[in-house]
Design a protein around this ligand. Sequence first.
Ligand code: PBG
Length: 327
Amino acid sequence: MGFPRQRLRRLRQNESLRRMVRETTLTPDSMIYPLFVTWGEGRQEPISSMPGHFRWSVDLLVKEATEAQAAGVPAVILFGIPELKDERGSAAYDKEGVVQRAVRALKDQLPELFVITDVCIDEYTSHGHCGLVREGRIVNDETLDCLRLMAKTHAEAGVDMVAPSDMMDGRVGAIRDELDQMGFQDIPIMAYSAKYASSLYAPFREAADSSPAFGDRRSYQMDPANAREALREVNLDIEEGADVVMVKPALFFLDIIRLIHDSISAPLAAYQVSGEYSMIKAAAQAGWIDHDKVMMESLLSIKRAGADIILTYFAKEAARLLNDGLR
Ligand code: PBG
């Protein structure tokens, strides 16, 4: 039965009707706000390629997190930029490291805020790689020891969930074992399972000063050409104990989000990465697109593709807009 009996425009006539038949709704409940934390006090360093984002010292990080929480954002994920980097990324698993201190401060001052930490040594290594380097190669199994230690110190600081983003094989199992042995059975792991070797991480690398000093990340991050391999990554991570799995980046990989959503039953997160954020900001600043509308459409697309959780640098702004809409 078709036209003229059927007219799809009938249900599009006004906002009440459109709301009634809307298939996807965005809420701040599913958003995680990424934040960069660095050493010192009273510091708020702008990141030129990520307008609106800063490297915060712990004291000011707490203020920014307070604002995000007030806007309705339930969770943050922390990335640390240490004062000193070395070959082994030692600052990543220092009990007094920037992230460990930030977790303690946030859990102390904002106990309701859900605090997640990124577990990966690239922001802490002098060479910028996510693993230890031996003769120009990224070594897998020795890196697992660093990741175990990193996750353990985050847990001891009071973190609510850890998120390994390094793409070493076996890291989820290694971290799960470590946490369990140390009595942290209840801390979930959100695994960056299908993390692609994308060019969209450039602004993040400016923020974290973590561009690889040589080579690239293609020997550990996934080839953007591959879809089925994402399922293998996801299944392995779940076998190793991941509670939430992730696809990253989001917008260029909506097909992967859909594929994984339809194939597994674990909660699925998607990371709208720095380059996705910066492209929208830049085009909006040039006056070529409407910032708020494109921001919301991008988040809606990620949700519609099947993500339960969205990590996004827009979380604070989007939550504010969504709450204004309800008023
Ligand atoms: C690695 C990590 C990266 C991002 C999140 N975790 C950088 C990388 O793989 O180079 C990128 C996130 C973004 O671009 O927003 N610790």
